[in-house]
Design a protein around this ligand. Structure first.
Ligand code: FDA
Length: 365
């Protein structure tokens, strides 16, 4: 059996960047992945020529020019700018909250008029004890009821009165007519989809799909000098310190015989009654004109072990539990841990790339 310098567990963005960096340093790499495809949660699948973001919309953005340039080795980005729409019972508002939103809500035209209206709406609260008090004190009831409450309650599965203010410390409000959700100078979608990006990153690695590291840890460890694990740490240790909690997400993908379903890539449904939080129409990420379209409804849901883990519940109890797992992993000489699951953190793609590059430097030099 061939022996490798490096075994990477998980073909997500983190594992792919580490694989590429290892190859650059002359190392031989085996990547194993339990799913039947590479790309992790960034995976895109072509349906009728449309790149479908199978595990949720992925928009690459960064303020770090070096990260953008790094990614450009593997793809050309298009000029997509995320300008989502909020739909509250058929009323349409621009996101993030900006002059277009304020005009649609109250008919105000100038920034001063908008600020005065918000001041008039605010219900001040010195020491907000929950998210509802916090949002009402920052923005008042119109924004809270129409744009925050229903969406947030669906997202977290709890009433805003039971959620901590820390979930949304600041409400991003802009007093300019600008619907660009992000402020980063670099933003776009890789032309040809994310899977093609990962294929290029893994060009020189051996890959085994539908292979679960946990099925034969000892056997896989014997294949390499160093093991990089990007899966969940609680699963690695048989949940011996308890499970790490996540918020789940369910996607309902649908191919429609219609060229344009909603006219924009992302629509947030901000009322409480609509059971999903968002509809993504994938072709708008790529300015595609074609006779069919693919939409995905996103349903936040409770999570149990065995489900796909999406958003870590980073409360004190989970962080403390994670810390025990982290210390346990640190005792293993040839094991290295990284990525959003391994570190139990929500990482944007730019954070994932940044982390993978710095870890690769540390682990491989
Ligand atoms: P990722 O989860 O992608 O990969 C880990 C891989 O390891 C998986 O493929 C898994 O199957 C595999 N694995 C686990 N255990 C294994 C085992 N025992 N054996 C073998 N394989 C195993 N970011 C951004 O910048 N812009 C955006 O718009 C979004 N959008 C977004 C939407 C949603 C819904 C989520 C949840 C996240 C985002 N992100 C994002 C974040 C982005 O998805 C994230 O940064 C990367 O996917 C992280 O890559 P990783 O490789 O760390 O994990």
């Amino acid at each position: 059996m061939k022996k490798y310098d490096l075994l990477i567990v998980g073909a997500g963005l983190f594992g792919c960047v580490v694989a590429h960096e290892a190859h650059k340093r002359g190392k031989s790499v085996l990547v194993i992945e339990k799913r039947n495809h590479i790309g992790g949660n960034c995976y895109t699948r072509s349906v009728d020529g449309i790149n479908v973001h199978q595990y949720g919309a992925h928009i690459f953005r960064t303020a770090d020019k070096a990260i953008w340039r790094y990614m450009e080795q593997f793809c050309e980005f298009n000029h997509f700018v995320n300008s989502p729409i909020a739909n509250f019972k058929g009323e349409i508002y621009n996101m993030p909250f900006n002059m277009n939103t304020f005009h649609a809500l109250w008919g105000v035209v100038t920034p001063d008029e908008a600020r005065a209206k918000i001041e008039e709406q605010r219900i001040p609260c010195e020491d907000p004890q929950n998210l509802e008090q916090h949002i009402l004190s920052m923005a008042g009831p119109d924004i809270y009821e129409k744009l925050v409450r229903g969406y947030t309650e669906k997202q977290w599965g709890r009433p805003c009165t039971e959620l901590p203010p820390s979930i949304m410390r600041r409400i991003p409000m802009r007093f300019i007519y600008d619907n660009n959700y992000f402020r980063d100078p670099y933003q776009g979608i890789p032309m040809g989809g994310y899977t093609a990006v990962m294929e290029r990153m893994l060009e020189s690695a051996d890959i085994r799909l539908e292979t679960d590291y946990l099925d034969d840890r000892e056997g896989f460890d014997a294949l390499a000098d160093l093991v990089v694990y990007t899966g969940p740490l609680d699963a690695l240790y048989g949940y011996e310190f308890g499970e790490l909690g996540y918020r789940g997400l369910r996607f309902e993908h649908q191919l429609l015989e219609c060229p344009n379903y909603q006219g924009v890539a992302v629509v947030n449904y901000t009322d409480r009654e609509t059971p999903y939080t968002r509809i993504i129409e994938h072709k708008h990420f790529e300015f595609l004109e074609s006779p069919t379209t693919v939409i995905s409804r996103e349903y936040p849901c409770d999570w149990k072990p065995g489900d796909e883990p999406y958003y870590p519940m980073e409360d004190a109890e989970n962080r403390e539990r994670y810390e025990r797992y982290r210390l346990r992993a640190a005792q293993e000489e040839k094991l290295r841990v990284g990525g959003r699951l391994g570190e139990y953190r929500y990482y944007d793609m730019q954070d994932t790339v940044k982390s993978a590059l710095s870890k690769a430097e540390e682990w491989l030099s």
